[in-house]
Design a binder for this molecule. Structure first.
Ligand code: NAD
Ligand code: 0WE
Length: 271
């Protein structure tokens, strides 16, 4: 038998994955869904509100799925209802992707101390970190052995930068959340990981002041000298949720063109 005759097995063949955090085709969740579909996964999707249902439905259909459930992660009731509906279509499943983050817009500009409020802090941590725990709690009874959970984080958890403000604190919490969930679910064979993505022009990034200037500076410092795409993030997501990553849990994997590993580029060093 020649090597070419060996059947190419897709990484996520026979895996059912739920995707939360799709808003439109630019969403990181869209790149993840596409990559997971490419690897043979069966997909289901949540949408935050009726307003986004049409967008999500269109993308889901293009990826061969008609499994759509409303879920506002601010509400335990909504999460519970979503899993109840999902269980009518899937008796069990193999993991979910949590691609959700939110802070009130007024927290994401200006000096951290000037912008920070008790309410903004609470909302950012609730929607961007606790919701991952809440989704894991709800999924637990339905998860197959070898299931994998994944969330999306950003470098602002480790290093300060202008305007990211309370979201940096929420992402630090989300990363600790990833490690504690990994410890809590590991004994049942369930893995929990995070991808720390480089900046990408999505809906969540659009509202951010000077985002384009930030993207240019990032591309100039990153070893790869460019931004990453949602499909590049998606390919790593597919790997982390596949059995090829069976030994990886509690880990934060950077998909950022190497930005976090470089303190300066040659262009910044020389004049
Ligand atoms: P996006 O706007 O496409 O996705 C954010 C999603 O969060 C939306 O689908 C929105 O509906 C959902 N959401 C917000 N509040 C919710 C709630 N209460 N209930 C349910 N869903 C809710 O933007 P994105 O950039 O794809 O963001 C996805 C994730 O990636 C976020 O966690 C974000 O922090 C992270 N991330 C983004 C970047 C970037 O530069 N775009 C970089 C690193 C990490
Ligand atoms: O996590 C994010 C985006 C998070 C986000 C964005 C918004 C805009 C609209 C959370 N909440 C809201 N609320 C809104 O009302 N990113 C990693 C993208 C991002 O956001 C930044 C960045 C980067 C990168 C904000 C400031 C500085 C850099």
């Amino acid at each position: 038998m020649r090597y070419n005759d060996v059947k190419k097995i897709k990484m996520l063949e026979n895996k059912k994955i739920l995707i939360a955090g799709l808003a439109n085709k630019h969403s990181i969740a869209a790149g993840i869904a596409q990559a997971m579909k490419n690897q043979g996964a069966e997909l289901a999707f949540t949408f935050q509100s009726e307003r986004l249902k049409g967008n999500v439905e269109k993308i889901a259909n293009e990826l061969g799925s008609n499994l759509l459930y409303e879920c506002d992660v601010a509400s335990d009731e909504s999460i519970k209802k979503m899993y109840k509906e999902l269980s009518k279509d899937w008796k069990s499943f193999d993991g979910f992707v949590h691609s959700i983050g939110f802070a009130p817009a007024n927290e994401l500009e200006g000096n951290f101390l000037d912008s920070a409020t008790r309410e903004g802090f609470q909302i950012a941590h609730d929607i961007s970190s606790y919701s991952f725990t809440a989704m894991a709690k709800g999924a637990r009874p339905m998860l197959n052995e070898n299931a994998a959970l994944l969330t999306l984080t950003y470098l602002g958890s480790m290093q300060s930068l202008p305007n990211y403000n309370v979201m940096g604190l929420a992402k630090a919490s989300l990363e600790a959340n990833t490690r504690f969930l990994a410890a809590a679910m590991g004994p049942d064979g369930i893995r929990v990981n995070a991808i720390s993505a480089g900046p990408i022009k999505t809906l969540a990034a659009m509202g951010v002041k000077n985002f384009r200037k930030m993207l240019t500076n990032y591309a100039n410092r990153a070893p790869l000298r460019r931004a990453v795409t949602t499909l590049e993030v998606g390919n790593v997501a597919a790997f982390l949720c596949s059995d090829l990553a069976s030994g990886i849990t509690g880990e934060i994997t950077y998909v950022d063109g190497g930005f976090n590993t470089a303190a300066m580029s040659i262009e910044e060093y020389t004049d």
